[in-house]
Design a protein around this ligand. Structure first.
Ligand code: HEC
Length: 258
């Protein structure tokens, strides 16, 4: 049974605090208990995989009604007025356990994804870490270079487990459109960057200094994609708490500056 394998992964990552509204670290027992509460209370409407209400995908880790655990606990306890989502008389701890389960639903149910999520960290602390390490490559809200993918909407486009995996194993999670592209010209120059477009006669790319280049194909000797991401893995660089904070920051990026 895959679910039990995944739960043992949580044990190895040794998350010890118990869930409460303030403390967003979960134990495997919290996730398990949250799963039980979900199955008895929520799955009648939302379905066992959380995808039976049109426009709501509880297993994806991306929510329209909030980002933080505290937001989701409030949604569960007070419901969504004017919709069929009812209030629930859970304690903060029970609601937090359900959130712990929602965050890990896909991994627990299917084994897809490699990382069992802990809580979602603090976006402000995550932003400070990101600006320390990341702004030199990625663009967010119109700031930063275009060489690496723009992250302004990454909280909408990537599910949470994938955000965390992208920090730990960038090559495995790289999207085809983001593969680095390299050209060697007939006069011996090597240009690395991203491919924007190409037609019969020319290649348009952004070089590593963020310049838009249009290269006539007759001046190009070699061209190709690399399979490894130029982004370094942050495995071992950040503590678990710092990774939570970074993922919290990335998840908060929804295309507009709050
Ligand atoms: C009676 C049916 C019903 C039950 C029971 C129910 N929900 Fe909902 N829930 C809904 C509906 C309908 C919506 C969509 C409301 C909207 O935005 O239009 C919703 C929305 C949500 C959202 C917001 C989704 C988002 O993308 O922001 C969350 C989170 C949620 N439900 C969690 C739960 C949990 C957890 C439980 C069990 C404790 C639960 N719901 C029980 C009907 C239900």
């Amino acid at each position: 049974m895959r679910a039990s394998i995944c739960v043992s992964v949580v044990v190895i990552s040794a998350v010890t605090a118990t869930a409460s509204a303030q403390d967003h670290s979960y134990t495997p027992a919290d996730i398990e208990n949250g799963g039980r509460l979900y199955q008895t209370t929520c799955s009648g409407c939302h379905g066992p995989a959380g995808d039976e209400i049109p426009g709501v995908a509880l297993g994806r880790g991306v929510f329209k009604r909030g980002t933080s655990d505290t937001d989701l606990i409030a949604v569960i306890k007070t419901g969504i007025p004017g919709t069929a989502m009812p209030p629930h008389a859970f304690s903060d701890q029970e609601a937090a356990q359900i959130v712990a389960y929602l965050r890990n639903m896909t991994v627990v149910r299917t084994g897809i994804g490699t990382t069992v999520m802990r809580g979602l960290g603090d976006p402000a602390r995550g932003r400070a870490l990101f600006e320390g390490k990341g702004v030199t490559c990625h663009r967010v809200y119109g700031r930063g270079p275009r060489t690496a993918p723009d992250l302004t909407e990454v909280g909408l486009t990537r599910p949470l487990p994938e955000l965390r995996d992208a920090l730990l194993d960038p090559s495995a999670t790289m999207r085809p459109a983001n593969r680095p592209f390299r050209v060697v010209t007939t006069d011996g120059r090597t240009i690395a960057g991203r491919l924007l477009n190409q037609d019969t006669y020319s290649i348009q790319m952004l070089d590593s200094s963020d310049r838009l280049l249009s290269l006539p194909k007759r001046t190009v000797r070699e061209q190709g994609f690399a399979s490894a991401s130029p982004m370094p893995s942050y495995k071992g660089t950040f503590t678990d708490q710092e990774l939570d904070d970074l993922v919290g920051f990335l998840a908060s990026l929804k295309g507009f500056n709050p």
